[in-house]
Design a protein around this ligand. Structure first.
Ligand code: SF4
Length: 487
């Protein structure tokens, strides 16, 4: 029978009219072959990838260093005539939203092929002292702490506006990455694996990608090194345990392992697979904290605080309290620009009072968002049956699409305001924003129903838990929608 199958397929193809659409299986297998070939091409194209990385390093260095040497832009300066405004547009208007969108489409290809910080740290790691990794460095909470720290600090020093703030945050991170590489992990990306402040977010968002490096475990185990050579090891810079790799989260899509042991292939997959199937075994508390506290709380608050009435009310309340306590002189206390925004020449100074109100606002918004969303997910977990922490973490993963698209849309506020300042008419922008958010909400709802189905048999419990999770997705969507529209 096995030998007849190809003949039968060819026979059918012969009888098809030339204009007939090829069967889906044929298109699918063509895509599979093309992806596998692309992966192997990546493995053979290290020089090209290194060249690309150095080109990005050069652009990155120019954009973070040169603007700090120029006078701050005035009202008549634009994207096309002032490098600082251009760099601002590139970093916050295109680069960051683009990187997040690329994660949804291609996994962490950005990390493995283009990221300047990863490339520089790997270069330094080539000459690393290669010390053993200390326990503190491998703590799983760093991605959460790093994301929160850089997001809050970025708001305090106005990273979207000022080149010195960009140099401190992005340049500081790059310097830290290179320092870690000098001490730990010869030829490895220890910083990227454990300490990068966006590692956690990238790991979450890349779970949605429809492509991955698939490892066929039985082919791996059956492989024997050919007598005429063949790779005995693969140099995976972010230290991925390759044989047991099941998803995109830790993989930087660098392609170096493609074809290894005849078991690793760049392949397509369902974009729901990693969340519905793999995350049930691998989801952890730090990922839940990053989604609920980091993305829906702190990141949403960071996009919202400048126009928030609650921020103004908090500032007012703090000021009145200070006056009542006889601390009037603290009302106008300002701090160096690297602690709190301080650019008197631009009429832009955050006093200590502004800073305290900002921190309180972010804490308050985070508390409300995380409590409402986390509480809703906890309710869904209880509706399924007895409490299970692992189930809670798995359910939270269903919120990743709406969290990811929300952050992209939040970043698009900077893109839009820079383009508007340059005279572009963006009256149409609400339509794609609404469509993107609605699509992400539907995707999350679909995932929620599938994840719940994996934990509950058919019946009222499953229906009730699904309804609760859809309610949580709705709340999460409103959280982002309220950035753009008054509801
Ligand atoms: S598993 Fe490692 S070597 Fe393979 S593509 Fe991912 S990052 Fe590269």
């Amino acid at each position: 029978m096995a030998s007849c199958a190809p003949l039968a397929t060819e026979d059918r193809r012969d009888r098809m009219s030339p204009d007939a659409a090829p069967p889906a299986a044929t298109i699918g297998s063509k895509i599979d072959r093309a992806l596998a070939a692309l992966g192997e091409r990546m493995a053979r194209s290290r020089r090209l990838i290194l060249g690309l990385q150095w080109a990005v390093v050069l652009v990155y260095a120019v954009l973070i260093v040169v603007p700090t040497l120029l006078p701050l832009p005035g009202r008549l300066d634009h994207v096309w005539n002032h490098l600082t405004v251009f760099a601002q547009f590139v970093f916050w208007g295109i680069w960051w939203p683009g990187v997040l969108i690329s994660m949804i489409l291609f996994g962490r290809l950005w990390c493995g092929v283009l990221c300047p910080e990863g490339a520089l740290s790997e270069r330094v790691a080539h000459h690393s002292l290669g010390r053993a990794l200390p326990r503190w460095l491998t703590w799983k909470g760093w991605p959460f702490v790093g994301f929160l720290g850089t997001t809050v600090y970025g708001q305090m020093i106005s990273v979207y506006q000022y080149p010195a703030a960009v140099l401190v945050i992005l340049g500081g991170s790059t310097l830290a990455a290179m320092t870690v590489a000098f001490f730990y992990g010869r030829d490895k990306r220890v910083w990227c694996r454990y300490l990068c402040p966006v590692n956690g977010v990238f790991g979450l968002v890349s779970k949605l990608a429809p492509v991955h490096f698939r490892v066929d475990r039985s082919a791996w185990d059956a492989w024997r090194k050919p007598t005429d050579g063949g790779r005995a090891t693969v140099d995976c810079a972010p230290l991925v345990p390759l044989r047991t790799l099941e998803g995109n989260s830790p993989c930087h899509m660098c392609g170096r392992c493609a074809g290894f042991r005849d078991a690793v292939t760049l392949a397509r997959r369902s974009p729901n697979d990693e969340i519905v199937r793999v995350a049930g075994r691998r989801a952890n508390p730090w990922e839940s904290a990053l989604i609920l506290v980091g993305l829906f709380g702190v990141a949403a608050g960071a996009f919202r605080w400048t126009g928030s009435g609650a921020y103004v009310a908090l500032k007012q309340a703090f000021a009145e309290t200070l006056v009542a306590l006889g601390g009037e002189r603290l009302l106008d206390l300002d701090l160096p620009w690297w602690i709190l925004t301080n650019y008197p020449e631009k009429n832009d100074v955050m006093t200590a009072l502004d800073g305290a109100a900002l921190l309180a606002y972010l804490a308050l918004e985070t508390f409300v968002a995380a409590t409402l969303l986390g509480g809703g997910v906890a309710l869904a977990v209880r509706l399924v049956g007895p409490w299970s922490t692992a189930r809670f973490h798995h359910f939270v993963q269903a919120l990743i699409p709406v969290a990811a698209i929300g952050v992209v849309l939040g970043l698009s506020m900077t893109t839009a305001s820079l383009l508007r300042a340059d005279g572009f008419d963006l009256d149409w922008i609400d339509v794609p924003r609404a469509l993107a958010l609605a699509g992400a909400a539907l995707w999350s709802a679909r995932l929620a129903v599938a994840v719940v189905a994996g934990h509950a048999g058919r019946g009222a419990r499953r229906l009730a838990a699904s309804a609760a999770m859809i309610g949580v997705v709705g709340l999460a969507t409103v959280n982002w929608a309220s950035l753009f529209w008054t509801i």
